[in-house]
Design a protein around this ligand. Structure first.
Ligand SMILES: Nc1ncnc2c1ncn2[C@@H]1O[C@H](COP(=O)(O)OP(=O)(O)OP(=O)(O)O)[C@@H](O)[C@H]1O
Ligand SMILES: [Mg+2]
Length: 214
């Protein structure tokens, strides 16, 4: 149960009154409005391709949701490029992979952060059969355990295209946020990602357009 050190990606925590934090709070509120009155308690954050800003958006949304007073867990489900442990300055392991392999109990892979109400489950060691494991009863058990301890669960996922494991997660969550990086993602890729998500029965709540701030 390590405490974290603030990382500069956590703008919503470092500078809660800034414009960017305000925008994350708007997105947080819009997530509820987009769900037709149904309470959203679990969210996949993904994007068509790599490096578009998924993890950055996921952690800042998680901070804003915790700032509202909810108990929040953010899970690093990106074994291809796990980064949440760096942002929150915790170990990579133990983490999700250990729980999925039934080596550890859910609580043993969760770390507190210094953001009040926000906990993190890092990825653990890389899994090469993640599609099968995300599709398994073990993943359902992780989500059930998380739901019994937290008001909101965010999954920081790999991209949609070229990473079949992402689609194994979308049906296990109430909603999906698709992040698209301004100026980089081609419209066709965004459309292809949307088609793939809908095929996997994703409830796409909305799209975040991410624009580099520097
Ligand atoms: N709006 C932004 N302004 C400036 N830098 C940003 C912005 N969004 C993300 N970045 C930076 O871009 C890099 C990639 O962002 P991030 O790790 O969030 O992407 P990702 O989609 O999670 O990548 P991956 O597909 O590898 O998981 C990071 O260094 C992050 O700090
Ligand atoms: Mg990422």
């Amino acid at each position: 149960m390590a405490k974290s050190i603030v990382n500069r990606s956590l703008l919503a925590y470092i500078n809660p009154h800034g414009t960017i934090s305000e925008q994350y709070r708007t997105i947080r509120n819009n997530i509820q409005y987009a769900s037709n009155g149904n309470k959203v308690r679990s969210l996949v954050v993904t994007s068509p391709s790599e490096g578009e800003g998924k993890s950055t958006a996921a952690v800042n949304l998680a901070v804003c949701i915790a700032q509202r007073g909810d108990r929040v867990l953010i899970i690093d489900a990106n074994f291809r490029n796990p980064t949440l442990h760096q942002i929150f300055n915790v170990q990579t392991s133990p983490g999700l992979s250990n729980v999925l392999a039934r080596q550890l109990e859910f609580r043993e892979a969760v770390y507190n952060t210094e953001v009040e109400g926000l906990d993190i489950m890092p990825s653990g060691q890389r899994l090469f059969n993640s599609t099968e494991l995300f599709d398994s009863q073990a993943m359902i058990d992780v989500m059930d355990a998380a739901a019994s301890h937290y008001d909101m669960i965010l999954l920081d996922c790999p991209p949609v295209l070229g990473a079949p494991e992402t689609n194994a997660l979308v049906s296990k969550c109430d909603g999906v946020i698709l992040l698209v990086k301004s100026g980089k993602t081609q419209l066709e890729l965004a459309k292809e990602a949307k088609r793939a998500l809908l095929f996997a029965k994703a409830n796409i709540l909305g799209v975040i357009l991410n624009k580099k701030s520097v």
